[in-house]
Design a protein around this ligand. Structure first.
Ligand code: C5P
Length: 306
Protein backbone atom coordinates (compact mmCIF):
# COMPACT_ATOMS: atom_id res chain seq x y z
CA UNK A 1 0.00 0.00 0.00
CA UNK A 2 1.39 3.42 -0.97
CA UNK A 3 1.43 6.19 1.68
CA UNK A 4 0.12 8.75 -0.80
CA UNK A 5 -2.56 8.20 -3.42
CA UNK A 6 -3.31 10.58 -6.29
CA UNK A 7 -6.60 10.23 -8.15
CA UNK A 8 -7.37 11.98 -11.42
CA UNK A 9 -11.03 12.74 -12.10
CA UNK A 10 -12.71 14.37 -15.11
CA UNK A 11 -15.29 17.12 -15.59
CA UNK A 12 -18.64 16.41 -17.23
CA UNK A 13 -20.86 18.12 -19.73
CA UNK A 14 -24.50 17.04 -20.08
CA UNK A 15 -25.10 16.50 -23.80
CA UNK A 16 -28.78 16.17 -22.89
CA UNK A 17 -30.31 17.52 -19.69
CA UNK A 18 -34.06 16.95 -19.67
CA UNK A 19 -35.57 18.29 -16.44
CA UNK A 20 -38.90 16.93 -15.24
CA UNK A 21 -41.12 18.11 -12.41
CA UNK A 22 -40.08 19.05 -8.89
CA UNK A 23 -40.32 15.98 -6.67
CA UNK A 24 -41.58 15.84 -3.11
CA UNK A 25 -37.92 15.76 -1.89
CA UNK A 26 -37.16 19.02 -3.75
CA UNK A 27 -35.06 17.37 -6.46
CA UNK A 28 -36.12 17.22 -10.11
CA UNK A 29 -36.56 14.02 -12.08
CA UNK A 30 -33.96 13.97 -14.85
CA UNK A 31 -32.92 12.30 -18.03
CA UNK A 32 -29.29 13.41 -18.01
CA UNK A 33 -26.78 12.17 -20.54
CA UNK A 34 -23.42 12.74 -18.81
CA UNK A 35 -20.30 12.94 -20.96
CA UNK A 36 -16.85 12.92 -19.27
CA UNK A 37 -14.30 15.26 -20.84
CA UNK A 38 -10.55 15.64 -20.45
CA UNK A 39 -10.50 18.56 -18.02
CA UNK A 40 -9.29 17.18 -14.71
CA UNK A 41 -8.94 17.71 -11.00
CA UNK A 42 -6.35 15.69 -9.09
CA UNK A 43 -7.00 14.73 -5.49
CA UNK A 44 -4.00 13.54 -3.44
CA UNK A 45 -4.75 11.65 -0.22
CA UNK A 46 -2.00 11.50 2.43
CA UNK A 47 -2.15 10.07 5.97
CA UNK A 48 -2.35 12.90 8.57
CA UNK A 49 -3.16 13.50 12.25
CA UNK A 50 -6.61 14.77 11.40
CA UNK A 51 -8.84 15.45 8.39
CA UNK A 52 -7.73 18.54 6.46
CA UNK A 53 -8.09 19.98 2.96
CA UNK A 54 -5.98 22.25 0.77
CA UNK A 55 -6.83 23.53 -2.70
CA UNK A 56 -4.60 24.76 -5.55
CA UNK A 57 -5.43 26.22 -8.95
CA UNK A 58 -6.66 29.52 -10.39
CA UNK A 59 -10.03 29.44 -8.55
CA UNK A 60 -8.72 27.89 -5.31
CA UNK A 61 -9.97 30.81 -3.20
CA UNK A 62 -13.57 29.99 -4.18
CA UNK A 63 -13.36 26.41 -2.86
CA UNK A 64 -13.88 25.65 0.87
CA UNK A 65 -10.65 24.24 2.34
CA UNK A 66 -12.30 22.66 5.39
CA UNK A 67 -14.53 19.75 6.39
CA UNK A 68 -17.48 21.26 4.48
CA UNK A 69 -15.67 20.45 1.21
CA UNK A 70 -17.53 17.61 -0.52
CA UNK A 71 -14.26 15.65 -0.80
CA UNK A 72 -13.83 15.81 3.00
CA UNK A 73 -17.43 14.69 3.46
CA UNK A 74 -16.68 11.75 1.14
CA UNK A 75 -13.71 10.72 3.33
CA UNK A 76 -15.90 10.93 6.47
CA UNK A 77 -18.68 8.91 4.82
CA UNK A 78 -16.39 6.12 3.57
CA UNK A 79 -14.64 6.02 6.97
CA UNK A 80 -17.93 5.73 8.86
CA UNK A 81 -19.00 2.87 6.60
CA UNK A 82 -15.86 0.88 7.46
CA UNK A 83 -15.24 2.08 11.05
CA UNK A 84 -12.15 4.10 10.08
CA UNK A 85 -11.31 7.55 11.51
CA UNK A 86 -10.60 9.66 8.41
CA UNK A 87 -7.09 10.87 9.35
CA UNK A 88 -6.09 12.15 5.94
CA UNK A 89 -5.00 15.31 4.21
CA UNK A 90 -6.81 15.88 0.92
CA UNK A 91 -5.02 18.13 -1.55
CA UNK A 92 -7.18 19.18 -4.49
CA UNK A 93 -5.48 20.47 -7.63
CA UNK A 94 -8.33 22.11 -9.54
CA UNK A 95 -8.35 22.12 -13.33
CA UNK A 96 -12.17 21.95 -13.54
CA UNK A 97 -13.95 25.34 -13.47
CA UNK A 98 -15.39 26.05 -10.00
CA UNK A 99 -19.23 26.33 -9.75
CA UNK A 100 -19.16 26.06 -13.54
CA UNK A 101 -21.80 23.41 -14.29
CA UNK A 102 -19.10 20.78 -14.88
CA UNK A 103 -19.49 18.88 -11.58
CA UNK A 104 -16.04 19.76 -10.25
CA UNK A 105 -17.03 19.46 -6.58
CA UNK A 106 -18.77 16.16 -7.28
CA UNK A 107 -15.66 14.96 -9.15
CA UNK A 108 -13.52 15.73 -6.08
CA UNK A 109 -15.89 13.72 -3.89
CA UNK A 110 -15.69 10.75 -6.28
CA UNK A 111 -11.88 11.05 -6.29
CA UNK A 112 -11.77 11.19 -2.48
CA UNK A 113 -13.87 8.00 -2.24
CA UNK A 114 -11.52 6.18 -4.62
CA UNK A 115 -8.37 7.64 -3.02
CA UNK A 116 -9.35 6.85 0.58
CA UNK A 117 -10.50 3.37 -0.45
CA UNK A 118 -7.06 2.76 -1.99
CA UNK A 119 -5.14 4.29 0.95
CA UNK A 120 -7.09 2.41 3.62
CA UNK A 121 -7.25 -0.84 1.67
CA UNK A 122 -10.98 -1.05 2.30
CA UNK A 123 -11.56 -2.66 -1.11
CA UNK A 124 -15.10 -1.28 -1.26
CA UNK A 125 -17.33 -2.96 -3.80
CA UNK A 126 -18.10 -0.63 -6.76
CA UNK A 127 -21.80 -0.87 -5.81
CA UNK A 128 -21.00 0.37 -2.28
CA UNK A 129 -18.91 3.26 -3.64
CA UNK A 130 -21.79 4.16 -5.99
CA UNK A 131 -24.27 4.11 -3.09
CA UNK A 132 -22.05 6.37 -0.95
CA UNK A 133 -21.50 8.62 -3.98
CA UNK A 134 -25.26 9.04 -4.49
CA UNK A 135 -25.58 10.03 -0.82
CA UNK A 136 -23.03 12.81 -1.39
CA UNK A 137 -24.70 14.31 -4.48
CA UNK A 138 -26.59 13.61 -7.69
CA UNK A 139 -23.49 13.94 -9.94
CA UNK A 140 -20.99 12.06 -7.75
CA UNK A 141 -21.75 8.51 -9.05
CA UNK A 142 -20.92 9.67 -12.58
CA UNK A 143 -17.53 10.93 -11.37
CA UNK A 144 -16.72 7.32 -10.43
CA UNK A 145 -17.97 5.88 -13.72
CA UNK A 146 -16.89 8.39 -16.41
CA UNK A 147 -17.36 7.69 -20.11
CA UNK A 148 -20.90 8.50 -21.22
CA UNK A 149 -23.91 7.47 -19.15
CA UNK A 150 -27.61 8.12 -18.87
CA UNK A 151 -28.54 9.37 -15.41
CA UNK A 152 -32.14 8.89 -14.28
CA UNK A 153 -33.85 9.53 -10.96
CA UNK A 154 -32.18 12.75 -9.77
CA UNK A 155 -29.20 11.88 -12.01
CA UNK A 156 -27.67 9.22 -9.76
CA UNK A 157 -29.14 6.07 -11.37
CA UNK A 158 -26.64 5.41 -14.15
CA UNK A 159 -26.55 3.23 -17.23
CA UNK A 160 -23.53 3.36 -19.56
CA UNK A 161 -24.16 4.69 -23.07
CA UNK A 162 -22.10 3.18 -25.92
CA UNK A 163 -20.06 5.63 -28.02
CA UNK A 164 -18.13 5.38 -31.28
CA UNK A 165 -14.85 7.31 -31.10
CA UNK A 166 -13.83 10.63 -29.63
CA UNK A 167 -15.62 13.98 -29.70
CA UNK A 168 -13.86 17.35 -29.49
CA UNK A 169 -15.04 20.23 -27.33
CA UNK A 170 -14.19 23.73 -26.23
CA UNK A 171 -15.35 25.03 -22.83
CA UNK A 172 -15.74 28.78 -22.34
CA UNK A 173 -15.17 29.53 -18.66
CA UNK A 174 -17.05 32.52 -17.24
CA UNK A 175 -15.96 34.93 -14.53
CA UNK A 176 -17.75 33.73 -11.39
CA UNK A 177 -19.95 30.67 -10.95
CA UNK A 178 -23.69 29.99 -10.74
CA UNK A 179 -25.38 28.22 -7.85
CA UNK A 180 -27.00 24.96 -8.99
CA UNK A 181 -30.05 25.30 -6.65
CA UNK A 182 -30.54 28.87 -7.89
CA UNK A 183 -30.58 27.71 -11.52
CA UNK A 184 -33.08 24.91 -10.80
CA UNK A 185 -35.18 27.46 -8.88
CA UNK A 186 -35.09 29.85 -11.84
CA UNK A 187 -36.11 26.98 -14.16
CA UNK A 188 -39.17 26.37 -11.92
CA UNK A 189 -39.96 30.08 -11.79
CA UNK A 190 -39.84 30.42 -15.60
CA UNK A 191 -42.03 27.32 -15.99
CA UNK A 192 -44.58 28.66 -13.48
CA UNK A 193 -44.59 32.03 -15.30
CA UNK A 194 -45.16 30.20 -18.55
CA UNK A 195 -48.60 29.19 -17.31
CA UNK A 196 -47.69 25.59 -16.46
CA UNK A 197 -46.55 24.27 -13.13
CA UNK A 198 -43.05 23.16 -12.25
CA UNK A 199 -44.53 20.32 -10.18
CA UNK A 200 -47.15 18.87 -12.49
CA UNK A 201 -48.05 18.84 -16.19
CA UNK A 202 -44.53 17.74 -17.04
CA UNK A 203 -43.79 14.45 -18.79
CA UNK A 204 -41.26 12.07 -17.20
CA UNK A 205 -38.06 13.01 -19.02
CA UNK A 206 -36.49 10.49 -21.39
CA UNK A 207 -33.24 10.17 -23.32
CA UNK A 208 -33.43 11.37 -26.93
CA UNK A 209 -32.95 8.37 -29.27
CA UNK A 210 -31.46 10.60 -32.01
CA UNK A 211 -28.79 11.83 -29.58
CA UNK A 212 -28.02 8.28 -28.38
CA UNK A 213 -27.61 7.14 -32.00
CA UNK A 214 -25.25 10.06 -32.74
CA UNK A 215 -23.12 9.05 -29.72
CA UNK A 216 -23.16 5.39 -30.76
CA UNK A 217 -22.01 6.10 -34.32
CA UNK A 218 -19.52 8.85 -33.37
CA UNK A 219 -21.37 11.36 -35.58
CA UNK A 220 -20.33 14.79 -34.26
CA UNK A 221 -22.56 16.74 -36.66
CA UNK A 222 -25.64 14.78 -35.57
CA UNK A 223 -24.65 15.11 -31.89
CA UNK A 224 -24.18 18.87 -32.35
CA UNK A 225 -27.71 19.18 -33.72
CA UNK A 226 -29.20 17.06 -30.91
CA UNK A 227 -27.55 18.80 -27.89
CA UNK A 228 -30.17 20.08 -25.42
CA UNK A 229 -30.29 21.49 -21.92
CA UNK A 230 -33.56 22.39 -20.17
CA UNK A 231 -31.58 24.48 -17.65
CA UNK A 232 -30.19 26.73 -20.38
CA UNK A 233 -33.05 29.30 -20.35
CA UNK A 234 -32.67 29.58 -16.56
CA UNK A 235 -28.87 30.00 -16.76
CA UNK A 236 -29.33 32.67 -19.46
CA UNK A 237 -31.98 34.41 -17.40
CA UNK A 238 -29.60 34.62 -14.41
CA UNK A 239 -26.55 35.43 -16.58
CA UNK A 240 -27.74 37.15 -19.80
CA UNK A 241 -24.13 37.72 -20.94
CA UNK A 242 -23.89 33.99 -21.77
CA UNK A 243 -25.95 34.63 -24.92
CA UNK A 244 -22.98 36.52 -26.39
CA UNK A 245 -20.62 33.66 -25.49
CA UNK A 246 -22.86 31.10 -27.20
CA UNK A 247 -23.20 33.36 -30.24
CA UNK A 248 -19.43 33.88 -30.49
CA UNK A 249 -18.89 30.10 -30.59
CA UNK A 250 -21.64 29.52 -33.16
CA UNK A 251 -20.32 32.37 -35.34
CA UNK A 252 -16.84 30.84 -35.18
CA UNK A 253 -18.14 27.55 -36.63
CA UNK A 254 -18.99 25.29 -33.67
CA UNK A 255 -21.24 22.42 -34.80
CA UNK A 256 -23.13 22.45 -31.49
CA UNK A 257 -23.41 24.90 -28.60
CA UNK A 258 -24.98 24.70 -25.16
CA UNK A 259 -24.64 25.77 -21.56
CA UNK A 260 -22.94 23.00 -19.54
CA UNK A 261 -25.31 21.71 -16.84
CA UNK A 262 -26.41 24.60 -14.63
CA UNK A 263 -23.72 26.83 -16.17
CA UNK A 264 -22.18 29.29 -16.55
CA UNK A 265 -19.56 27.34 -18.55
CA UNK A 266 -20.56 27.16 -22.23
CA UNK A 267 -19.73 24.05 -24.27
CA UNK A 268 -18.95 23.98 -27.98
CA UNK A 269 -18.70 20.82 -30.05
CA UNK A 270 -16.28 20.89 -33.02
CA UNK A 271 -15.16 18.31 -35.56
CA UNK A 272 -11.53 17.67 -34.57
CA UNK A 273 -8.67 18.62 -32.24
CA UNK A 274 -7.30 21.31 -34.60
CA UNK A 275 -10.73 23.01 -34.75
CA UNK A 276 -10.91 22.87 -30.93
CA UNK A 277 -7.52 24.59 -30.56
CA UNK A 278 -8.53 27.27 -33.10
CA UNK A 279 -11.95 27.89 -31.51
CA UNK A 280 -10.41 28.12 -28.02
CA UNK A 281 -8.08 30.87 -29.28
CA UNK A 282 -10.94 32.72 -31.01
CA UNK A 283 -13.24 32.54 -27.96
CA UNK A 284 -10.52 33.63 -25.53
CA UNK A 285 -9.83 36.64 -27.79
CA UNK A 286 -13.57 37.42 -28.15
CA UNK A 287 -13.83 38.92 -24.67
CA UNK A 288 -17.05 36.95 -24.04
CA UNK A 289 -15.44 34.59 -21.52
CA UNK A 290 -12.52 34.51 -19.08
CA UNK A 291 -10.77 31.70 -20.93
CA UNK A 292 -11.62 28.85 -23.30
CA UNK A 293 -10.22 25.33 -22.90
CA UNK A 294 -10.16 22.55 -25.50
CA UNK A 295 -10.91 19.02 -24.25
CA UNK A 296 -11.78 15.68 -25.84
CA UNK A 297 -13.90 12.83 -24.53
CA UNK A 298 -15.28 10.50 -23.46
CA UNK A 299 -12.61 9.72 -20.84
CA UNK A 300 -12.66 7.31 -17.85
CA UNK A 301 -13.94 8.28 -14.39
CA UNK A 302 -11.87 8.65 -11.19
CA UNK A 303 -8.58 6.80 -11.70
CA UNK A 304 -5.68 6.15 -9.30
CA UNK A 305 -2.47 7.48 -10.87
CA UNK A 306 0.15 5.84 -8.59
O1 C5P B 1 -27.40 16.52 -5.67
P1 C5P B 1 -26.71 17.83 -5.57
O2 C5P B 1 -26.27 18.14 -4.16
O3 C5P B 1 -25.59 18.02 -6.55
O4 C5P B 1 -27.80 18.93 -5.95
C1 C5P B 1 -27.59 20.29 -5.70
C2 C5P B 1 -28.92 21.02 -5.84
O5 C5P B 1 -29.34 21.03 -7.21
C3 C5P B 1 -30.08 20.39 -5.08
O6 C5P B 1 -30.12 20.84 -3.76
C4 C5P B 1 -31.27 20.87 -5.88
O7 C5P B 1 -31.57 22.23 -5.58
C5 C5P B 1 -30.75 20.87 -7.31
N1 C5P B 1 -31.05 19.61 -8.02
C6 C5P B 1 -32.36 19.36 -8.40
N2 C5P B 1 -32.65 18.20 -9.07
C7 C5P B 1 -31.67 17.32 -9.38
C8 C5P B 1 -30.33 17.57 -9.01
C9 C5P B 1 -30.06 18.72 -8.33
O8 C5P B 1 -33.27 20.15 -8.15
N3 C5P B 1 -31.99 16.20 -10.05
Amino acid sequence: MSSTITVRVPAKVNVQLAVGGRRADGFHGLASVFFAVGLYDEVTVTPADRLSVSVAGPDAAAVPADRSNLAARAAVLLGSRYGITPQVHLHIDKGIPVAGGMAGGSADAAAALVGCDALWGTGADPAVLAELAAELGSDVPFGLLGGVALGEGRGEVLSPVPTGGSFHWVFAVADGGLSTPAVYGECDRLRDLDGGSADTDLPVPAADPVLLEALRTGDATALGAALSNDLQPAALSLRPALAATLRAGADAGAIGTLVSGSGPTCAFLVKDAASAAALATTLTASGTCRTALPAAGPVPGATVLN
